[in-house]
Design a binder for this molecule. Sequence first.
Ligand code: TNX
Length: 542
Amino acid sequence: MGVGYALHNKVMPKNPQLQALSLIPAVHSCIVHPGLFRLPVGAAISYEGAGAAGVAALLADYLRPSTGFAIPVVEEVGRGACLRLSCSTASTACEDQADEDFPCESYSIRIDSTGIALTADHAAGLARGIQTLRLILPSDILCRERRCAADWAVPFLEIEDRPRFPWRGMHLDVARHFFGVEEICRFIDLIALHRFNRLHLHLTDDQGWRIEILKYPRLAEIGAWRPCTLIGTESARPRLYDNTPHGGFYTHGDLRRIVDFAARRHITIVPELDMPGHMQAAIAAYPELGNGHTPTEPRCHWGVSHHILNVEPGTLTFVRDVLQEVMDLFPGKFIHVGGDEVPKVEWSDSRRVQKRMRELGIHDEAALQGWFTRQIGEFLASHGRRLIGWDEIMDGGLFQGATVMSWRGEAGGIAAATAGYDVVMAAHQFLYFDFYQADPVCEEPLANGTPITTGRVYAYDPVPAGVPEDKRHHILGAQGQLWSEWISTPEHLDYMAFPRACALAEALWIAKDRKNFRDFLERLRPHRGRLAALGCNAHPQP
Ligand code: TNX
């Protein structure tokens, strides 16, 4: 008879094996049986089903450094190997159709005296399952060096698991501070462990353009470098700068490496090119994109530049050309086109823009932004992609197929979902991980906003009460934002992201009524050992 393992049940039996599991995110159901299985030196991994080979190879790669085992990966139907991965659906093509990701990511694990069997309908489910397996194994499994003395024992158990939401994302701003390919891949691996399925890369902003565009080489040559960076807060006067050039960009080869690294983990990269505002770096490279009196270099302090794109036909061509290269690099369905914080003063002051508005029969600048976004949305749709943008894209009127990322709060997301548009929640009051996380803030490195604690993130429910029941499926999920004005190193990135990302991962994975913060905190203690084994510099609180 198994021991019923109700994760959030307050009368949970004090069984050391159960406590040792301490899974974060928790799983849907887990029954632990008496007995242990030990990974033998001669362990092999077998796989069957489309897409399983890649996940099996990844599992072997994951297990190798700490165990020292060179685990063979074999295609096999049967019970020979002690690590058996199988998926039943022939097709691997279920990624990035947010609404269809759901069934794709469910999986089961069974551990008994014959070994570990992981089954799923789709390879994406296997990809989540191997991450749970990494959590079930002793935390030393995550070490990058060999752990000779470790006992690779796991309890006999049965797990059934599936996520609550199809969009479980983290966001990373690589425009304000550049992070190299290795750093991004390391971050992807950290979020993969927490069964996230998307990384939103904010690739362009006033302070830097980070993506090589072959047709417009000056974007990287000029737009990727700013001469200096503000020291301290945005509001401090006088403004002091560090006089150190900052920059960098990803070549197409770099981006393919990132996309492949993520794809191997069944994580989709959502690229963002922010427009028509937050475009100073691009306008510095190609002044003809602006509205006259254009800057000659990317912005050196934070906040929002009033230099925005014009709406000339040539600028729309530029945008389409750039997005063509973006689509060639990023296979995911969603392309993020920003749309946030667009000061309209250059548009209202420009005779050319006003004339264009009259030609188009558009009466105000908000509607002009709506028109601009719709042009891009139609272009993306004609290539089988979907436009997603910050909730300001609603201000000029939404159009069919647009998806809203609600950051100014939940109101935009509620309105969009109610009107039948898909929504990803990114409300800054709960999900901005560039905000402080601990009191007193004076003891923390410089950050933004008022503290958002791990508990606050954990308590967050992406489906606000205001969304009518029959529209709730339009809330695809949520994501945590890491704006990088004050985050310039991987260590600091870890510090801001974790453990809040652990809390968000669980809030997005398990059913709402199964959440229990006290229980989460108990599991977080041993989970910190895993983060440490991975070299992740998590914040010590709570
Ligand atoms: C608002 S959120 C921004 C970013 C900043 C962030 C700082 C959003 C769409 N725009 O440009 O980096 O606040 O917290």
